[in-house]
Design a binder for this molecule. Structure first.
Ligand SMILES: O=C(O)CCC(=O)C(=O)O
Length: 268
């Protein structure tokens, strides 16, 4: 391995997979001990007991954003920073200390009511109230993913197929780019994405605690009901943008996120 390889977290096949499929899974992206410490903090904040399933009376509880340790360390490991450089491009993402919210999913017979196919929105439209901090219903996404470099899934518990892994439409970032392109810089809000990528295979975001999925911001995904035995802890922070993505570059230094969008639009 030479010096250049040393600074790479992902191999060429993983980068190619990201471009084609819209995501890459990184095992051991952060230490399991940090996931365990994070879970302990969250159990303290939850209105139920880790040791008594009879107290798990709701299918999902959304915990508010977490910052500080151990969350800050989990989102800032060397391997992740190197992968962000490789996927989003150096200077095109901004580091974050806060890991955001956790939709904690519990084994429960009720439908959680939040399992629709979607992409995560990334910037407020002109019609949004600048003082409103919780209502994202009119937020937008545009063809250069203004404000969002990546979608990320951070597993803070072991997630098997039954433990409500996030569903991913493999390769759906490509039709999603074609859906966004005609809307230009203004982008789209209040999108109904049931049909976008509906013919794509579905992958499940499973893995051990410490696994991270780096996803193209246009990847269509959805939650699902928990059918297992152990509550699922997963954060889904955005990676904020640094220098905005661009679809035309004189030097041709496109990042894999940009390459995927260009390919979808027949530009590269
Ligand atoms: O909980 C999940 O598996 C995904 C949740 C999600 O995508 C969301 O809340 O935006």
């Amino acid at each position: 391995m030479n010096d250049r390889d040393d600074a790479r977290a992902l191999g060429d096949a993983q980068i190619a997979q990201f471009i084609d499929q819209g995501f890459v899974r990184i095992d051991n992206a952060f230490p399991r001990e940090l996931a365990e410490q994070g879970q302990a903090i969250m159990w303290h904040d939850l209105p139920c007991s880790a040791h008594d399933p009879s107290t798990w009376t709701q299918p999902v509880i959304r915990l508010p954003g977490y910052g500080g340790e151990p969350f800050r360390q989990a989102i800032n490991t060397l391997v992740l920073h190197r992968a962000f450089d490789q996927i989003a491009g150096p200077g095109r993402w901004s580091p974050r200390d806060n890991i955001g919210t956790f939709p904690v999913r519990f084994p429960h017979p009720d439908d959680p009511g939040d399992t629709g196919w979607h992409v995560d929105v990334s910037f407020p439209g002109d019609d949004c109230d600048p003082n409103e901090r919780h209502d994202f219903s009119a937020w937008r996404v545009n063809i250069v993913s203004r404000g969002r470099a990546l979608l990320m899934l951070f597993l803070f518990s072991d997630v098997s197929e039954d433990d409500a892994p996030t569903r991913i439409r493999v390769g759906s970032h490509l039709p999603m780019a074609r859906y966004l392109a005609p809307a230009g810089a203004a982008g789209r809000a209040r999108m109904k994405l049931d049909k976008v990528g509906a013919d794509c295979e579905v992958a499940l975001a499973t893995g051990e605690a410490g696994t991270v999925y780096l996803c193209h911001p246009f990847l269509v995904h959805a939650a699902q009901k928990h059918r297992g035995r152990t509550p699922r802890f997963m954060a889904q922070p955005s990676l904020g943008a640094g220098e905005p993505y661009r679809l035309e570059r004189d030097d041709g230094a496109y990042s894999p996120v940009e390459i995927a969008i260009r390919r979808a639009l027949g530009m590269g």
